[in-house]
Design a protein around this ligand. Structure first.
Ligand SMILES: Cc1ncc(COP(=O)(O)O)c(C=O)c1O
Length: 354
């Protein structure tokens, strides 16, 4: 079965006929500069602590999050990746009248909503790309809406004021900001600071993408303390491990790493997009504010995906798990220049040959 998510190196390596670390992975949207050296050093020093149970309240990390976001600690809940928290979003939405979902949508939303039989109503991204004014009047406090900002797989970014009308409806508004860290604080459109004012708002964040800690699993939610009390009663007490907690504290304090990423990304993304657009068969489909690009090809990219794996050990993310997009779309992470060039050369060779 083809994977439903990027970053499945075991699957890719089986097709490429090599070991997983030999794959150049453009399919998972991870920061190519991570994990930060500070985090690796902290993890090495913390290894002996795996003997003991982790702190179920992740106190050290919650303190760090409260300082970063300038909010009281009780607004934070740490999760085993944003994906764990999405499960509890599903549970939270189970008794809603309708749960609106912007499509195409990250496949894990469906997993979480289906697990709790949530009545889901799709809304096309194209319908709300310029704002939610037309949708907001149909939302009531009995409903919920799940938004991803910046949006995966398009990279589209909504501005805070465009999301504001949703908060006023009283509906549960879940904003997955897994990629928001890629915008520097001055350009951020995060709703985290609105949480104390809106008990109907849940913001989810991930530390696995910006800091490249996908294997460690670490994310957090920001919402009302009452909600977190309820979620704590649902989940397993040690879902976040001791190493993840230390990694999170260290990563949040690594300002040079953050600044390096913020300086690198915009010009790198622009240069990569221009080079991809120069391939006649390809078209970068949307303006991305995240660390990935969505590309439309003139034809199905499945043979291209196999070619890239078998001939170049390069993995791209097909968009077959996004039914609204299908096989002519693919997504790539923006990686280091030298790696982006490897992909570009392979793409040129493929399209010259076939
Ligand atoms: C939009 C979005 N939200 C959440 C996640 C899950 O993040 P985590 O690794 O923190 O579970 C992903 C992972 O790809 C994602 O793309």
């Amino acid at each position: 079965m083809p994977p439903r998510h990027g970053g499945n190196l075991a699957w890719a390596a089986a097709i490429a006929g090599c070991a997983p670390p030999e794959i150049l992975d453009f399919s998972a949207s991870l920061n190519p500069w991570g994990p930060p050296a500070s985090v690796i050093a902290a993890l090495q020093a913390a290894l002996p602590t795996i003997r003991d149970y982790p702190d179920p309240d992740c106190r050290l990390l919650v303190d760090a999050l409260a300082a970063v976001h300038q909010l009281p600690r009780q607004y934070f809940l740490v999760g085993n990746g944003a994906a764990e928290l999405l499960t509890w979003v599903g549970r939270e939405c189970a008794d809603r009248r309708q749960v609106y979902l912007i499509t195409p949508a990250f496949a894990d939303y469906r997993r979480a909503l289906t697990a709790f039989a949530c009545p889901t109503v799709p809304i096309a991204l194209t319908q709300v790309q310029t704002g939610f004014g037309a949708i907001a009047p149909s939302l009531t406090p009995a409903d919920a809406i799940l938004i991803n900002n910046p949006h995966n797989p398009s990279g589209h970014l909504w501005l805070r004021h465009q999301l504001q009308p949703l908060l006023e409806t009283g509906a549960l508004v879940v904003v997955d900001e897994a990629f928001m860290d890629f915008l520097p604080p001055a350009a951020s459109e995060s709703l985290v600071e609105a949480v104390p004012q809106y008990p109907n708002l849940i913001v989810l964040r991930s530390l696995t993408k910006f800091y490249s800690l996908a294997g460690l699993r670490l994310g957090y939610g920001v919402s009302s303390p009452q909600r977190w009390q309820r979620w704590r009663s649902w989940r397993d007490p040690w879902s976040v491990n001791s190493l993840a907690i230390i990694a999170g504290v260290t990563a949040l304090g690594d300002r040079p790493f953050q600044e390096q990423t913020w300086t690198w990304l915009p010009p790198a993304r622009q240069a990569f997009a221009e080079a991809l657009n120069a391939v006649p068969e390809l078209n970068v489909a949307t303006v991305s504010q995240a660390n990935f690009l969505l590309i439309q090809a003139t034809d199905s990219i499945l043979p291209l995906q196999t070619y890239l794996l078998q001939e170049h050990r390069i993995l791209i993310r097909d968009c077959c798990s996004f039914p609204e997009l299908g096989a002519s779309y693919f997504r790539v992470a923006v990686r280091r220049n030298i790696e982006n060039e490897r992909l570009l050369e392979a793409l040129q060779t493929y399209y010259q040959r076939f």
